[in-house]
Design a protein around this ligand. Structure first.
Ligand SMILES: C[S@@+](CC[C@H](N)C(=O)[O-])C[C@H]1O[C@@H](n2cnc3c(N)ncnc32)[C@H](O)[C@@H]1O
Length: 210
């Protein structure tokens, strides 16, 4: 349900701030040194990172299931004349792109939303499908050092309602398993506090499956 995110963005169209996230800054540097030109952002929200990547010369596609978020992104991209294509889309469905067409896929705090383990694996498999050989998968997830971990009410296995937001908190092993089982090698993994959450920031590379 996109309901809560529509309400959030309706009441504050810069809920996550006007500036890009720290994660996006780290990833852009890595993308530039790895010749990334075409990126898909999933769970793009109101587009703080989408707009940052496009402003810095990348061609960006953005997906989110909040129509208000997508409207905000479209408006900003139009005003700034940026090469952004955004679509209202639920990433529980197969991604609406052909095989091997992106250099990188980026998601910030999307995968810790309400997805079952099966859904998470199928999202990763879809990311792998649309990435070019050696394509890069950048993602962040809230982790067990997050101050909200262990609070809230469990609404589904591993998913907690924290003040109306449904969140999964990842262990290091769960994060590494997701990467390894879906055909990626980890390049780096860091922990970072981004007020008010604690995250694993990860870059992984698509490898050949024999
Ligand atoms: C925590 S917010 C992060 C937004 C953005 N990445 C940022 O950091 O500014 C998570 C976003 O994921 C989107 N989202 C959650 N579940 C989704 C789904 N199944 N398909 C597409 N978007 C989804 C929400 O609408 C929300 O915009």
């Amino acid at each position: 349900m996109s309901g809560i995110w529509n309400r959030v963005y309706q009441s504050d169209n810069t809920f996550f701030g006007d500036e890009q996230s720290q994660f996006a800054t780290i990833c852009l540097k890595h993308m530039k040194s790895n010749n990334v030109k075409k990126v898909l952002e999933i769970g793009a929200g109101h587009g703080r990172d989408t707009i940052f990547f496009a402003t810095n010369g990348l061609e960006v596609d953005a997906l989110d299931y909040s129509n208000i978020g997508i409207e905000i992104i479209n408006k900003k991209a139009y005003e700034k004349k940026l090469p952004v294509k955004s679509q209202l889309f639920d990433v529980k469905k197969p991604l609406p792109f052909k095989d091997a067409c992106f250099d990188a896929v980026y998601s910030h705090m999307l995968l810790n939303m309400r997805f079952s383990q099966t859904e998470l694996y199928s999202i990763f498999s879809e990311i792998r499908r649309i990435l070019k050989p050696n394509g890069l998968n950048y993602f962040s997830v809230r982790n067990h050092n997050d101050k909200f971990y262990g609070t809230g009410v469990e609404v589904e296995e591993g998913i907690y309602d924290i003040n109306g937001f449904e969140v999964r908190f990842f262990s290091e092993k769960e994060t590494l398993d997701l990467i390894a089982k879906e055909g990626f090698n980890m390049l780096w993994m860091k922990e970072e506090y981004e007020e008010p959450v604690t995250l694993y920031l990860v870059a992984a590379i698509k490898h050949k499956i024999n």
